[in-house]
Design a protein around this ligand. Structure first.
Ligand SMILES: C[S@@+](CC[C@H](N)C(=O)[O-])C[C@H]1O[C@@H](n2cnc3c(N)ncnc32)[C@H](O)[C@@H]1O
Length: 301
C-alpha cells in the first residue's frame, strides 16, 4: 500500500482488472484465484452495497462514526467497496477490487486498490479514524490479529477504530429453526467451505482483537438484524423488509464459488439450496435474523 496517496498515482496493475463470469455473475479473477474474496464485483453487487449502506444508516439512526471523534482530518476506510460510507465522510478507501468503486468519486475521496491481507504500509500515527465494515469474507483466517494491529498502528494516538461485521449464521428469534432447514444448511456449509482460509466467526472476537492490539476504551455490542418484516417494532420491521433482498443476494453471490468449488456441489444443487433457503428467509413465522457486531476502540495516547 502506498503511503503517498495524495502525491502518487500509479496506474492499476492489470491483474486487478480481469474478471470471470459464473452463473451470470461477475467475479474478480485475481481475488478468486488467490482465495482473497469470493464476492461478486458486478453492478448488481455495487447496487446491493449501496442499498445495504442505507439500511446501516437506518440501523444506526444516520450515524456514520460512533466514537467521539472531533473534526477528523484523515480517515481510512478498509474494504470500501462501493464507497457509499467513504463518500459520505471523505476519506482514503482501500479495496481489492476496482470494479465496484464509483465511476465518478468526489475529489476529496481517494480510492486505492490493494489487499488488506498484506501489511499496511501507511505511516504509523497517520489517521484520526479507521473504519472497517463487512470485510469478514475477505480477511484471511490468521490475519485478523495483525489486521487489527495494523489498523491501530496507523492511527494517531487518541484516534479511534470502528469495526462492523455480520456473523453469517442465520438464527431464529423464536427458536423454530432446526438442522433440517435449508437456511441453517447454508450457514453451516458456508462456515465449513471457507474454514481453512477465513474466520467467519471473527465478528464475535472484535473486542478481543482490539484489546490484543493494545487499544483502550474498547466497547462492543451485537444488534440482531431481522431478515424479513417479522418484528412488531416498526424500525426493526423496516430494517428486515429492506434487508431481505440484500441478504438473499449476498448469500447466493458470496456462496456460489465456495459451495461449487470447495464443497463440489453442482450448480443445480446450489440453485436448489439457495431457492429453499430464500423461501425460509422470506418466512415471517421463522423470524430469521443475523447478528451485527459493532466494536470501537481508541489508540492510547
Ligand atoms: C461486502 S463489501 C462491503 C463494502 C463496504 N465496506 C460497506 O460496508 O459498504 C466487502 C468489500 O471488501 C473488499 N475486500 C474483501 N477482502 C478484501 C481484502 N483482502 N483486501 C481489500 N479489500 C477486500 C471486497 O472487495 C468488497 O468490496
Amino acid at each position: 500500500m502506498s503511503s503517498n496517496l495524495e502525491s502518487d498515482t500509479i496506474s492499476l496493475d492489470t491483474s486487478f482488472e480481469a474478471t470471470i463470469q459464473i452463473q451470470g455473475r461477475t467475479y474478480q479473477q485475481l481475488a478468486v484465484e488467490r482465495g482473497t474474496s469470493y464476492g461478486p464485483v458486478d453492478e448488481y453487487e455495487r447496487d446491493r452495497q449501496e442499498a445495504q449502506h442505507e439500511i446501516f444508516k437506518l440501523v444506526f439512526d444516520g450515524r456514520l462514526i460512533f466514537p467521539p471523534v472531533h473534526n477528523p482530518r484523515k480517515i481510512l476506510d478498509c474494504g470500501s467497496g462501493s464507497a457509499s460510507w467513504a463518500t459520505e465522510v471523505a476519506v482514503i478507501g482501500i479495496d481489492i477490487t476496482p470494479h465496484t468503486m464509483p465511476d465518478d468519486p468526489p475529489p476529496n475521496l481517494i480510492l486505492q486498490v490493494d489487499d488488506l491481507n498484506e501489511p499496511f504500509t501507511f505511516q504509523t500515527n497517520e489517521f484520526d479514524f479507521v473504519h472497517s465494515r463487512n470485510v469478514v469474507t475477505g480477511i484471511n483466517k490468521g490475519r485478523w490479529p495483525s489486521y487489527v494491529k495494523d489498523c491501530a498502528r496507523v492511527l494517531k494516538p487518541g484516534g479511534w477504530l470502528q469495526m462492523v461485521e455480520i456473523y453469517h449464521n442465520v438464527q431464529s428469534d423464536n427458536g423454530t429453526m432446526t438442522d433440517e432447514h435449508a437456511v441453517r444448511e447454508t450457514s453451516t456449509k458456508f462456515l465449513s467451505s471457507v474454514e481453512n482460509s477465513k474466520d467467519l466467526r471473527a465478528p464475535l472476537a472484535l473486542e478481543s482483537f482490539m484489546r490484543g492490539a493494545g487499544m483502550v476504551d474498547v466497547a462492543g455490542r451485537m444488534i440482531p438484524l431481522p431478515l424479513n418484516g417479522w418484528s412488531i417494532n416498526p424500525k426493526e420491521r423496516e430494517i428486515g423488509e429492506k434487508l431481505n433482498d440484500s441478504y438473499k443476494s449476498a448469500m447466493s453471490g458470496h456462496m456460489l464459488i465456495p459451495f461449487t468449488e470447495k464443497l463440489h456441489m453442482t450448480h443445480d444443487q446450489f440453485n436448489d439450496l439457495m431457492q429453499r433457503a430464500s423461501e425460509e428467509i422470506d418466512n415471517l413465522s421463522l423470524k430469521p435474523y443475523v447478528g451485527l457486531y459493532v466494536c470501537i476502540g481508541r489508540k492510547a495516547n
